[in-house]
Design a binder for this molecule. Structure first.
Ligand code: SF4
Length: 300
């Protein structure tokens, strides 16, 4: 992190001196740790998914639902030993995996913590829960340490990435990342109890007016493999949008969501996860609350 290139922004700065475009310096900062039941069903068996939400983010999405922690340095500074302790606690509480939410900019802190927790008995699958804006070099750091990859594919063109997430090359980098993971990690594997233990799941949040270009996303994935599980999300929340496009200030319309589900079915993906149209009220977290997702009390 002395010439940071952990994400495709490649700021090249020394994060000991100043935060990068991700908004955080070199110290490991965690916005919340919760047992989360809101991920796709095979990812939340048992007590749920042991989710660690890291502060900061390389993207600056203008509709981010995690803005309280992702757009600045809000959270607790933890040592690698402290994070390892929390990972073991999530295992003790019956979680089915460790869910690292937006970990890319802290990879060099998290990996030693994971190795320490493994040495002390952590044996859960580890999931990289990512915006999709990843470099192949950074993904390679997780090989052998992460088993599940829950990757966003937010937009089907670079222009939407520029407009909504403030990066020029989202579509280029995210396609490379997903293709690399499909080749190296492969399909979703479940154990005898239906718990996901390894593999790739790709998420796409449909934006109002189809601004996310969902058909291009689905066609790209279909070209890689119809065995990639696709999770098509309806939880866009206009209350978290800070831009000035009138179309984005309204909720997703049922027709806009259904036409994307139909396209995925027409392409014949083998696994399609879908949400109800009330998802934005269920899954918009409040990280200032003791119960950020409205059900389980936070651990940190
Ligand atoms: S992780 Fe942060 S500092 Fe490093 S390249 Fe990405 S945005 Fe810049």
């Amino acid at each position: 992190m002395t010439g940071c290139g952990l994400c495709p922004r490649r700021c090249g700065i020394d994060r000991a001196g100043a935060p990068g475009a991700c908004g955080v310096g070199e110290e490991l900062m965690v916005g919340a740790i919760v047992i989360h039941r809101g991920e796709e069903p095979p990812l939340v068996k048992g007590a749920g998914s042991g989710a660690v939400f890291f502060s900061g983010c390389p993207l600056k999405c203008v509709y981010c639902q995690n803005r309280q922690i992702s757009h600045g340095a809000a959270g607790e500074i933890l040592s690698e030993e402290e994070l390892a302790g929390y990972l073991l606690l999530l295992q003790e509480r019956g979680c089915s995996n460790i869910n690292l939410v937006s970990p890319t900019h802290f990879a060099l802190r998290i990996i030693p913590a994971l190795d320490l927790a493994r040495a002390k008995g952590l044996d859960l699958p580890v999931m990289l829960n990512s915006s999709g804006y990843e470099s192949i070099e950074s993904l390679t750091c997780w090989a052998g340490r992460a088993h599940l990859y829950l990757m966003d594919l937010k937009y089907g063109d670079n222009e939407a990435g520029r407009m909504f997430s403030r990066v020029n090359d989202y579509w280029d980098r995210a396609q490379e990342a997903v293709a690399h993971l499909w080749k190296t990690v492969g399909p979703l594997c479940l154990d005898g109890e239906g718990r996901a233990v390894s593999g790739l799941v790709v998420r796409h949040l449909v934006l109002p007016g189809m601004r996310s270009n969902p058909f291009a996303v689905l066609e790209f994935l279909a070209g890689l493999s119809l065995e990639i599980p696709v999770s098509i999300m309806s939880q866009y929340n206009p209350r978290t949008y800070t831009g000035d496009l009138p179309e984005m200030k309204r909720a997703l319309l049922p027709d806009e969501y259904e036409v994307v589900l139909e396209r995925a079915a027409d392409l014949e993906f083998s696994t399609i996860f879908a949400q109800g149209l009330d998802a934005s009220s269920v899954y918009t977290p409040d990280f200032q609350s003791e119960i950020p997702f409205g059900d389980k009390r936070r651990i940190l």
